[in-house]
Write a protein that binds this ligand. Structure first.
Ligand SMILES: Cc1ncc(COP(=O)(O)O)c(C=O)c1O
Length: 389
């Protein structure tokens, strides 16, 4: 059995097991400060073989993450496991920089629903939780499951004006999964501050293209999966809590296992004598192979720069909106979003997929998502696919 590491994931598919290089590429310099540098870095990391416009569902993995995961699995197969806990710390640190907080405020886990559940557990019985109608279930369902909270749902456009003096928490996605609508974060901030409520933001459809750091001071709790716009493998999610003991002690550490100890390797048996004095007390036992890749995926996002990614993504989404208008189709209004959702066209998804164009069918809507590895030609191919029937 040849377990050597292929150079690129395209090689992995074609010539599995070939190639001498065992070291994942780690970029040494910020190469993406110009549009040419952006494109060079993107083309060296991503080589989609379809017209892939489905990052709102799952982002593509960069080459260096694929190589690092391959290397990590081999290290276990060969009996000399790499230190993948170091990868968790590197991923935590990069995510913290991307959203503008100290790493001590970031818990590393695997799913948003788990962290929504912890926030739900922090509320007193009878507390009112305000949500947006049709929001992603992992963001809102744990508040319903508690059974003794008053959960109210209003249209996203009315959520800020619907905060009341008895609202304890607003739980909402920064960007709606179903149709890409972006929450009005300044209005929400003003409303929650005016009424003494807390704000829980699920940034799963925002991190990687929206500058979350700009809004982080207005948010009490933030979660994000990393397998979409952050181009990480599945099995990686983050939870940001407020600074200091008042921040992390306000949420019960119901999930705390050994990794949540202040000294994890001394916390393996019996009750943990001291929980981490940071958000790490909310860590889930990490999916190590996923984190082995995630640290590299997050580095790619950081090197490209969220501002440049945003400009790139939004330009493509606007090109698609303009093309749709010429075809006589009207998308759900989602200005400033890289997700464009077109009512009634979801039925075209299987036929588009057969033609090599990947989009989603969400409740009858065709949802297209434009990200860093997409080009104007991708947009035009989708428009062409929609034109021909
Ligand atoms: C807004 C949003 N939140 C959360 C998730 C994922 O939630 P979980 O980690 O519970 O699977 C998704 C997509 O899968 C999403 O679109």
């Amino acid at each position: 059995m040849d377990h050597t590491l292929p150079r690129r994931h395209s090689d992995l598919m074609e010539t599995s097991g070939q190639g001498p290089d065992r070291t994942p590429t780690v970029s040494t310099a910020a190469t993406a400060s110009t549009p040419e540098g952006f494109q060079t870095l993107v083309r060296s990391e991503f080589a989609p073989r379809t017209t892939y416009l489905n990052s709102a569902s799952t982002g593509l993995l960069p080459d260096r993450a694929v190589r690092a995961m391959h290397q990590a699995t081999l290290s276990v197969a060969h009996g000399s496991p790499e230190d993948m806990f170091a990868d968790v710390e590197a991923a935590r640190a990069t995510f913290a920089r991307l959203v503008g907080v100290a790493p001590s405020r970031v818990a590393a886990g695997a799913s948003v629903a788990v962290y929504s559940g912890l926030i739900a557990a922090s509320l007193p019985a009878g507390a009112e939780v305000l949500t947006a109608e049709g929001d992603f279930s992992s963001t809102v369902n744990p508040f319903h499951v508690r059974g003794d909270l008053k959960v109210r749902a209003v249209p996203l456009e009315r959520i800020a004006e619907s905060v009341r003096p008895d609202t304890a928490l607003v739980a909402v996605s920064a960007v709606q999964s179903a149709d890409g609508r972006v929450a009005d974060l300044p209005a929400l901030r003003a409303a929650v501050r005016a009424h003494g409520a807390k704000l829980y933001l699920d940034a799963s459809q925002a991190t990687g293209w929206l500058d979350v750091a700009e809004h982080i001071a207005d948010v009490d709790y933030l979660t994000s999966v990393a397998f979409k716009w952050l181009t990480c493998p599945r099995g990686v999610a983050f939870f940001v809590v407020p600074e200091g003991p008042d921040g992390y002690e306000a949420v019960p550490s119901l999930l705390a296992g050994w990794v949540a100890g202040e000294r994890p390797w001394d916390s393996c048996y019996g009750p943990i004598t001291e929980l981490a004095r940071s958000a790490r007390r909310f860590d889930e036992s990490p999916s190590l192979f996923a984190y082995a890749g995630a640290r590299h995926s997050l580095a790619v996002i950081e090197e490209l720069g969220v501002a440049a990614i945003r400009t790139h993504d939004l330009a493509l989404a606007d090109r698609f909106r303009a093309g749709l208008a010429t075809l006589g189709h009207e998308p759900v209004p989602s200005p400033g979003s890289p997700i464009v959702s077109v009512p009634g066209l979801g039925v075209r998804q299987p036929e588009l997929s057969a033609a090599g164009i990947e989009v989603s069918d969400r409740a009858g809507n065709l949802r297209a998502a434009f990200h860093l590895y997409n080009t104007e030609s991708d947009v035009d191919r989708l428009l062409e696919g929609l034109r021909s029937s």
